[in-house]
Design a protein around this ligand. Structure first.
Ligand code: SF4
Ligand code: SF4
Length: 449
């Protein structure tokens, strides 16, 4: 297999506040330290179990689009497998003695930045189809953590993660997010409760929505109002996204999650609702408790999950209305890695939507192409657009007049792609559609969450 070309920004990221791995040896030491920290019995088992069948390649849209062997999912962790075999496997002394595996070099790590960040959406499709049940995506996440320790997280992700860890939001904004949120409430004439001392539900917001899709923020608030839910945003922890997760900065990811956790505890929330943001769901639903150090004293639900439960309980009343046919983009972190596959379909069914599914949908759907932080990495764009072709063909073939999704990053990715795929549909938000279908004639009076 050919090694990936090292991107120009490969050596540009060092971690402030920690010994900076500026020399090649220090980079390797940092990466190995990070990998050693992450590797456990389960990961060792995964690395040992691979039978090199190559089936995971058929599941990955990077390989499908390019047929380049370097984009085979398990190859993306090869450099760390090499380190494991040489340093930590049961036969490590023999491997070293006989020279079966060479020591990892700094230039190898720099080359692997492209494979671990630019060309992986952390979408989980490879893990789904591996016949040995190897969670390749989890290995890639661990490898990203090691790359972060080596100072090799891409600057676009590193700086956002660092800023979010320091301030609570990924980038500085001319107007604080709290004021932006209030302005959305005024513009859409919907109450946006902020900093209530006590609430049953804590809400957070996708920064992508605040910047690009404020109607989705208003829709969530409108739905909460309709249901009579006691809820609040907390200005100390507004942002759902977690760039520490993307960068592979496990400690920072934990600190970013902790902000939300502490605010939810402070207001006594029993439920934390994640807005339309796939990776925020993974970070908070599946990974936050581990990084927090114990079970969360509240449940974490995606907005679509919460609404589907309200629908099933008879509290959410929706109008069925004739409308355009719909093709639905399942966010990977919700449908495949989170199991939230039925909830959006129950909501669409209740609205009388004629759903035209893609060939690969639900848990088997392909990533929009923007996940894993890829949409934030400029150098990844050419390959990203090439990779999106599979998805765009499936959307076209499905034939829905409207492209709907429940992730604002998917939505932004499809919006961004319109310039590259003439005739591509503008994506729409499931949350906004649900708010438009509220049956106000049968609105329930204030109910407990
Ligand atoms: S599908 Fe599984 S066993 Fe086959 S090469 Fe990929 S990771 Fe290894
Ligand atoms: S997680 Fe998705 S993008 Fe990454 S290697 Fe696996 S299938 Fe490919």
């Amino acid at each position: 297999m050919s090694a990936a070309a090292a991107p120009a920004h490969a050596a540009a990221t060092l971690r402030p506040g920690a010994p900076a791995p500026t020399t090649p040896d220090a980079r390797v030491a940092g990466a190995m330290k990070g990998f050693a920290r992450e590797i456990g019995a389960l990961s060792a088992f995964r690395l040992e179990s691979c039978i090199h069948c190559g089936i995971c390649a058929e599941g990955c849209h990077y390989y499908i689009a390019t047929e380049d062997p370097q984009y085979t999912p398990i190859w993306k962790v090869e450099v760390f497998k090499q380190a494991y075999k040489r340093e930590a496997s049961p036969l490590a002394p023999l491997v070293r003695l006989l020279g079966f595996k060479r020591a990892v070099r700094a230039d190898q790590l720099e080359q692997w930045q492209h494979l671990l960040y630019d060309s992986c959406n952390l979408c989980g499709r490879c893990s789904l189809i591996c016949p040995m049940g190897i969670d390749v995506t989890a290995l890639i996440e661990q490898a990203r953590s090691a790359m972060f320790e080596a100072g090799l997280a891409p600057p676009a992700l590193y700086h956002r993660a660092a800023h979010q860890r320091e301030t609570g939001q990924p980038e500085a904004t001319a107007e604080p997010l709290r004021e932006q949120l209030q302005a959305i409430g005024e513009r859409f004439e919907v109450p946006l409760p902020i900093d209530q001392d006590a609430a049953d539900v804590m809400l957070c917001v996708s920064r992508t929505d605040i910047e690009h899709y404020p109607a989705a923020v208003a829709a969530l608030a409108r739905l909460m109002q309709h249901l009579g839910v006691s809820c609040t945003f907390r200005s100390a922890a507004l942002v759902a996204e977690n760039y520490g997760y993307y960068a592979g900065a496990k400690d920072w990811q934990g600190e970013i999650s902790r902000r939300l956790i502490e605010q939810a505890i402070a207001c006594g929330a029993r439920t934390l609702i994640i807005p339309e943001c796939g990776h925020a769901y993974t970070a908070l639903r599946w990974e936050a408790a581990d990084l927090y150090g114990g079970p969360l004293p509240f449940e974490v639900l995606a907005a679509s999950e919460f609404l589907a439960a309200e629908l099933a309980a008879g509290r959410l009343k929706l109008r069925r209305a004739a409308g355009p046919t719909v093709t639905f983009q399942d966010p990977c972190q919700l449908a495949r890695r989170g199991g939230v596959e039925a909830a959006p379909r129950l909501l669409m069914q209740a609205m009388g939507i004629d759903l035209r599914e893609m060939k690969n949908h639900g848990a088997f759907g392909f990533c929009c192409g923007g996940g894993g932080g890829v949409i934030n990495i400029a150098s990844a764009r050419p390959l990203h657009y090439r990779t999106m072709e599979t998805k765009m063909h499936e959307i076209e073939a499905a034939g829905g007049e409207v492209l709907l999704t429940s992730c604002s990053d998917c939505r932004y990715t499809f919006d961004d792609a319109q310039a590259h795929f003439p005739g591509a549909k503008a994506p729409a938000s499931l949350l906004e559609l649900v708010a438009q279908h509220l049956d106000d004639q049968r609105a329930p009076a204030g109910k407990p969450a």
